[in-house]
Design a protein around this ligand. Structure first.
Ligand code: IDC
Length: 316
């Protein structure tokens, strides 16, 4: 009997320790201080995680079972839910519920989550403004103030100008702020979220926002403009891949490593820059972390070479 009680106490202790280490428990509500993402107490923090592929195609790879593995084995801090506006438009009620459920699962697992309005095909995000308004009204009301949530209002503006992105942000951010005063908001930048300089020249006028930068290690090796920009505006790398810009055509781990070192603090002001890797799917393409078909079977140990490499970049 006594032995059983001791085992029970030990088990409770182990569970408690595991829970205490969950990223959201550890850091609390995130905020932007100067150009640095910080924890609740104002200490610099780097959040690292995995982005889903488009949920319309790969929802079977981002669910409770895979997120549990990401939390416990991979030890990610965050997950990103990529919802393409064109899919949302086909069935707003369905995709709204899907995101709400995923946000809830992330909360239970103590993971941060990014709600990603994956605008890209539209080029100029104002082209999907009406849907964006309805979507963000719901999201900011439903998830207002939750410790673990981050909003990303437009994935990758392209074939458009910063002025147009600003116009969009100046509608969507006040709409969100009516419902949710402080949750961090990520704003895409022109040229598929690579043109930070445009935003740095003419920044937005809100608290707790960050500008996004995306890179694909095999294609993008010019790190100079990035290093300049992070000394001007707060930056979050909400998407990056080891592959080419098309998500495929092999990987360049050496280039990826150089990028990750910069993000970890090897930059002039030792800023810690948060990142999310593309992508948590079993699509046969170089940037996927699961082997083709394994996601359908929920076999989360079936990692591609990319998956093995990416998994090693986490850990607390
Ligand atoms: C890619 C997917 C690919 C899909 C394509 C079009 O990996 O399977 O066919 O989108 O939907 C981005 C985008 C992201 C892209 C990714 C790789 O945010 O949606 O995913 N990428 O091309 N920006 C730069 C690269």
């Amino acid at each position: 009997m006594r032995q059983k009680i001791l085992i029970l106490i030990a088990a409770l202790f182990v569970c408690g320790a595991a829970l205490a280490k969950a990223p959201v428990k550890k850091h609390g509500k995130l905020k932007v201080v100067g150009r640095q993402l910080c924890d609740e107490k104002g200490s610099a923090v780097q959040i690292k995680g995995m982005s889903s592929h488009g949920l319309y195609w790969f929802a079977h790879c981002m669910n409770r079972s895979s997120m549990e593995v990401l939390a416990k084995d991979w030890k990610v801090d965050a997950v990103r839910f990529a919802l393409y506006p064109k899919n949302y438009k086909d069935n707003p009620a369905y995709y709204t519920r899907q995101i709400d459920e995923l946000v809830e699962i992330a909360e239970e697992l103590g993971l941060y989550c990014i709600i990603d309005w994956h605008a890209m095909d539209s080029g100029n995000p104002n082209k999907v403004l009406d849907d964006a308004k309805v979507f963000w009204e719901h999201m900011s009301k439903t998830h207002a103030g939750k410790e673990h949530v981050i909003y990303e209002i437009c994935n990758e503006p392209n074939k458009t100008t910063w002025e147009e992105v600003k116009k969009y942000a100046n509608v969507i951010i006040p709409l969100i702020r009516k419902n949710d005063k402080e949750t961090v908001i990520l704003v895409g930048t022109p040229d598929w979220s690579s043109n930070l300089a445009a935003a740095a020249k003419d920044p937005l006028n809100f608290e707790n926002i960050m500008y996004t930068f995306h890179f694909y290690a095999k294609s993008h090796k010019n790190r100079k403009a990035f290093i300049e920009a992070i000394q001007q505006i707060p930056v979050f790398v909400s998407e990056w891949g080891t592959s080419s810009y098309n998500g495929d055509d092999g990987n360049d781990y050496e280039s990826a490593k150089i990028w990750l070192d910069i993000l970890a603090g090897n930059n002039p002001e030792q800023l810690k820059i948060s990142w999310m890797n593309w992508n948590l799917s079993d699509k046969p393409e170089a940037s996927s972390v699961f082997k083709p078909g394994s996601g359908v079977r929920q076999e989360w140990d079936q990692l591609t070479e990319t998956g093995e490499w990416i998994k090693k970049q986490f850990g607390r």
